[in-house]
Write a protein that binds this ligand. Structure first.
Ligand code: MOS
Length: 769
């Protein structure tokens, strides 16, 4: 049954009351009026010490008795048919305990059928191929695997596997792949059906415009490079499989194993106690996830298989490239009349190169047309990558908006404000104000920037972030109170590294009047039976915390009922605060531990499930980032001086880890803006920089002064009022930097990454490399 309740929405100091329909079972909603003790404060990570002292057990740290080491043989060819694989010599090598070869065309079929979150889908593409032969479609694709007593033996064994290939024509270059006579990545060709959308009428919109700008922007393929590579440890006991996996989603991983091995879900357990990041590349088990289990089954011993950085950067995912032509029309005052985006890009052998999110979501514009084309190439498949499509799309859109501002003689911020898209909590306006103030936006000069010293020029730029509210049911949690006063919070979810463990403890501590460090969190395990979605799409906290809170509220009720008689009060007249249970009239109280001891040998256990999002509430997470850069016009070097990043995630749960999310997003975004690009060799079809030497990511030297500014925005779609923050901070960073660089040098930057040679080319000092 649903009931109508009044909640207060808005942002700090500016709120209004609205009515929401919520299930009867929901506790009092944490809206703008909620006065909370622990939620929203800066709580250090519960597992911080374990992590920095090396006690935290990551998948890589799992070592089991009799464990073998797995290794994968990968195709040296970007496109080939496997004619035969002879692994007999490898199998005879002393120490080798299992060899598997993947020449059968349907070997990984069970995986291809399971597309939960953007995994490569090849279904239907294999028609027209010779039966009994599997094709490999990128250099680095899996061909065979071995398990041996040491990784050295495993490596030697790979050398002894004799694979006969029939090489096929390949194409890795985006432009080449679009030509009608290009080598075909799939029998059906390289250009799957495009995606298109239109709102209003852009032709009409352009007719109404006083200024029209258009330009083409490009972005490179980028690699996730989570600190921890992909990998798993698999162990069979009879028909039961246990896998310790570096995964963003233990339940999705389990389901792929279950389907692959055709065994019941209860016979598969997936554990991820600690995870060194994922950023979207670790959804599902995938080929990489099932191989250790295949080897372990065959060898009848546990197998550990962790990828090295080279493999990681060949075959586990990437951010697709883009070429975006964008045309924008605006009235004299900056009001947008039309946006037309036409893009193409390559996600390798997968789909997912779309970039239209920002164009469709950020600004109010009545006429918007988008046309997007995936281009297949013989390269590693893309996987979702922190706000898939958004950093790319934001770069083109925000750059074009700055061009509009320049053309009309307007302030770029004014143009954004003019096209502000209304949303109930109105957090974005506050974010614009706070971040602009922090960067000193008033100092911004028209191109070409401000002279700093000698050849140095300074510039300012900005961009807007948006991300949808994608969390929701199903998600389950349990809170247990033991008679010794111990409190456990159980949810199967994984902590991708963002601080999920601590956030769960914060919510339970708030409800039970305890400190977060008093809560023992159990997560990262399908055996908990407490379902959680994968940690992607910025949905983890929005999905699980409302269930965690409801479970904690349930435990609270049960505990109060137990102690009420002794307190001579009704349960509803008792309160839990600062480790004590007290009657509201203040006459009697006892400690939490004393209360728990009344359970004797019983255990309180309360389970709850995430309810549906409250209709009409929630809205997006927003953000505004402002960058100051310094460009050396003699060398082309860009130095980022400062980035002010104002964001909201509904109600902040833990200020410390939320700021950390913003810092991390900004760092990833600036790395993408200045340094990162996967380089392919067209002739050989190989990745030339599948490493961390030539594939550069930002290090301490590139990291500027970053000022995270968290804005509390209340528009609760769940009882906690939290929204996602994992993805938004990476959305506008490259755009803000590109705009700042353009402002500094007086020439529009149209290509990422913004390398010194490109700057010099823009300044006419060298020819475009
Ligand atoms: Mo993400 S790309 O939703 O991990």
């Amino acid at each position: 049954m649903a009931s109508s309740r009044k909640v207060r929405i808005g942002h700090e100091g500016k709120t209004e009351e609205v009515a929401v329909q919520v299930p009867e079972s929901e506790p009092a909603i944490w809206d703008a009026d909620a006065r909370l003790q622990i939620v929203g404060r800066a709580t250090p990570r519960l597992d911080g010490v374990a992590k920095v002292t090396g006690q935290a057990r990551y998948t890589y740290d799992i070592t089991l008795p009799g464990m073998l080491y797995g290794m994968i043989l990968r195709s040296p060819h970007p496109h080939a048919r496997i004619l035969s694989i002879d692994a007999s010599r490898a199998a005879r090598l002393p120490g080798v305990k299992a060899v598997v070869t993947f020449e059968a065309p349907d070997f990984f079929k069970a995986l291809e059928e399971t597309d939960e979150s953007g995994k490569p889908v090849e279904s239907g593409e294999k028609k027209g191929e010779a039966p009994n032969m599997r094709s490999v479609r990128f250099a680095g694709e899996e061909v065979a695997a071995v398990a041996a007593t040491t990784s050295e033996i495993a490596e030697d064994a790979l050398e002894l596997i004799d694979v006969k290939y029939e090489t096929l024509p390949h194409v890795v270059d985006l432009e080449e792949a679009r030509r009608p006579d290009a080598a075909k990545v799939f029998p059906s060709g390289n250009l799957p059906p495009p995606a298109a959308g239109e709102k209003g009428n852009v032709e009409e919109g352009f007719r109404q415009a006083d200024a029209v700008v258009e330009g083409t922007y490009t972005t490179p393929v980028a690699l996730h490079n989570a600190l921890e590579t992909h990998g798993a440890v698999a162990r069979w006991e009879g028909g039961k499989l246990t896998v310790w996996a570096s995964t963003q989603g233990v339940f999705g991983f389990r389901d792929e194993l279950r389907r692959f091995f055709k065994i019941p879900a209860e016979n598969v357990r997936v554990i991820s106690e600690y995870l060194g990041g994922g950023f979207g590349a670790k959804f599902g088990a995938g080929v990489m996830g099932v191989v250790p289990a295949i080897l372990a089954k065959k060898a009848r011993a546990p197998v550990k298989l962790m990828l090295d950085r080279h493999e990681e950067n060949l075959a586990t995912g990437n951010r697709p490239s883009s070429v975006q032509w964008i045309k924008i029309g605006a009235k004299r005052d900056g009001t947008l009349t039309a946006i037309h985006l036409r893009s193409y890009g390559t996600a390798g052998i997968a789909g997912g190169a779309g970039v239209s999110g920002p164009v469709r979501m950020i600004y109010a514009c009545p006429n918007v047309k988008t046309e997007e084309q995936d281009v297949m190439t013989n390269a590693g498949f893309a996987m979702p990558f922190r706000a898939p499509g958004f950093p790319q799309g934001s770069f083109a859109l925000e750059s074009a908006l700055d061009e509009v501002a320049d053309r009309l003689g307007l302030d770029p911020l004014e143009v954004r404000e003019k096209n502000y898209r209304e949303q109930p909590a109105k957090a974005l306006r506050v974010e614009y104000d706070l971040a602009a103030k922090e960067i000193g936006w008033g100092r911004r000069r028209s191109p070409a920037g401000a002279a700093a010293a000698g050849s140095l020029r300074r510039g300012l730029g900005m961009g807007t972030a948006v991300w949808g509210m994608y969390g929701g049911p199903p998600a389950d949690a349990m809170v247990r109170v033991h008679s010794d006063g111990k409190v456990e919070c159980v949810c199967g979810t994984q902590d991708i590294g963002s601080g999920t463990r601590t956030a769960m403890a914060v919510v339970v501590a708030e409800v039970l009047g305890l400190k977060p460090e008093q809560i023992k969190v159990v997560l990262g395990d399908t055996a908990t039976g407490m379902y959680s979605p994968a940690s992607g799409g910025s949905v983890t906290l929005t999905s699980i915390l409302p269930a965690v809170r409801s479970a904690a509220e349930g435990a609270r009720q049960k505990l109060l009922k137990v102690v009420a008689p002794a307190m001579g009060a009704r349960p509803e007249d008792l309160d839990l605060k600062q480790g004590r249970i007290a009657a509201r009239d203040g006459r009697r109280s006892m400690t939490f531990a004393q209360a728990a001891s009344r359970l004797k040998s019983a255990i309180i256990s309360a389970q709850a499930s995430r309810t549906e999002n409250y209709p009409g509430r929630g809205g997006e997470s927003w953000g505004a980032q402002f960058a100051e850069v310094e460009v050396d016009t003699a060398t082309g070097q860009v130095r980022i001086v400062k980035i002010a990043a104002a964001h909201d995630a509904g109600r902040t749960i833990n200020r410390l880890t939320s700021e950390s999310q913003v810092n991390g997003g900004v760092i990833m975004g600036l790395s993408y803006a200045l340094l990162e690009q996967r380089i392919m060799d067209s002739n050989t079809g190989h990745v030339l920089n599948a490493n961390l030497e030539n594939y550069r990511i930002a290090g301490t030297m590139e990291i500027p002064d970053i000022v995270p500014i968290l804005v509390e925005a209340y528009d609760p779609a769940n009882n906690v009022g939290v929204k996602g923050l994992g993805e938004p901070p990476v959305v506008p960073t490259a755009a803000a930097i590109a705009n700042a660089v353009s402002n500094a040098i007086g020439v529009r930057v149209r290509d990422l990454p913004i390398t010194p040679d490109r700057i010099l080319a823009l300044l006419g000092k060298v020819r475009e490399a």
